[in-house]
Design a protein around this ligand. Structure first.
Ligand code: COA
Length: 310
């Protein structure tokens, strides 16, 4: 048995905050943010808008795209570090809103690699025969975790959610490799006893990403015997366009194999990969049989890649 994505969906808040908007209250500029990161705008939740609200909207679209009903879903996994409550988990709130009464629900915390971790769990459930249809969601309100007076961090992040419905398939293909290095955890932190905002050693994170992401892509390619040229798109976590360009360069591949949408959304953490996947799907850029690599990296430190067949 193998797995396949049957539907995708995404949702971002309506409120848009541009680089110029930020430069009205911070000592920053559109030029600095664009040239260092590629980000031009981000969508930011308003007032009472939560991760579960974005997740529900993304999930409804994914179910509609998959032509499935909520009660067919046997598990809902939400990758998030900015969920509505400590408990109940965000997945349970999504379940109640959708009316997906047959689903087991839990959240997965692996920061910007969260979607890859959650996706691998869903794949394992399906490949073991435990479940047949699983909803995997990445949903974040990162704006609640940043100090809006800290220009070195707040300009980078945005809010949003992306969802996929994963199910069994005779023909699909899937392999994931995941990694963590807790010894380097302090380079990117949030929360803790003092409930602190995101703190980051930006350059260290940058160096980690441009080394580990190509390595993990190579690892998945080697294990599957698929060549890098056979991969239609490398769908990387959208943190910084310079990270994506450096990964493409290290792999010796052109940037047109690396779709980028971070100029519109910033870094939406666990949501960035499924939002981009949904855009490609709805833009009819994906054909049956296409091989894709999804690759995440972030706090933990954590990183991982998965090869899937559309
Ligand atoms: N606007 C203007 N100046 C800024 C700024 C901002 N928003 N943020 C920082 N600066 C300043 C710094 O204070 C520093 O000034 P100084 O030289 O007077 O001390 C200068 O710009 C350079 O800062 P530096 O941190 O060296 O810049 P950088 O080239 O490393 O770029 C990042 C910073 C954050 C864009 C970059 O390190 C990065 O993208 N890292 C990865 C972060 C990431 O993706 N995290 C999430 C991973 S999931």
């Amino acid at each position: 048995m193998n797995t396949k994505i049957y539907g995708t969906g995404s949702c971002v808040p309506e409120q848009v905050v541009t680089n110029d908007d930020l430069s009205k209250t911070l000592d920053t500029s559109d030029e600095w943010i664009r040239t260092r990161t590629g980000i031009e705008r981000r969508h930011i939740a308003k007032g009472s808008e939560t991760a579960s609200m974005l997740a529900v909207k993304a999930a409804r679209k994914a179910l509609e795209n998959a032509k499935m009903q909520p009660n067919e879903i046997e598990a809902i996994l939400v990758a998030t570090t900015s969920g509505d409550y400590t408990f109940p988990n965000t997945a349970s709130i999504v379940q109640a809103e959708l009316g997906a009464e047959n689903a087991a629900c839990f959240d997965i915390s692996a920061a910007c690699t969260g979607f890859i971790y959650a996706f691998s769990v869903a794949n394992a459930y399906i490949m073991s025969g435990m479940y047949k249809k699983v909803l995997v969601i990445g949903a974040e309100v990162m704006s609640s975790l940043v100090d809006w007076t800290d220009r070195s961090v707040c300009v980078l992040f945005g809010d949003g959610a992306g969802a996929v419905v994963l199910g069994e398939s005779e023909t699909g293909r899937h392999i994931t490799r995941l990694h963590s290095n807790g010894g380097k955890g302090q380079v990117l932190t949030a929360g803790g006893l003092k409930k602190e905002y995101i703190k980051m050693d930006g350059q260290e994170v940058f160096r980690f990403a441009v080394k580990k992401v190509p390595e993990s892509i190579e690892e998945v390619l080697q294990e599957t015997g698929v060549s890098r040229e056979e991969i239609k798109y490398f769908i990387l976590h959208q943190a910084n366009v310079r990270i994506i360009e450096a990964v493409a360069k290290r792999l010796g591949l052109p940037m047109d194999k690396f779709p980028v949408n971070l100029r519109e959304y910033g870094n939406t953490s666990a949501a960035s990969i499924p939002i981009l996947l949904d855009e490609l799907n709805r833009g009819e850029k994906l054909q049956t049989g296409d091989k894709l690599i999804l690759s995440g990296f972030g706090a933990g430190l954590s990183w991982g890649s998965t090869l899937i067949q559309w």
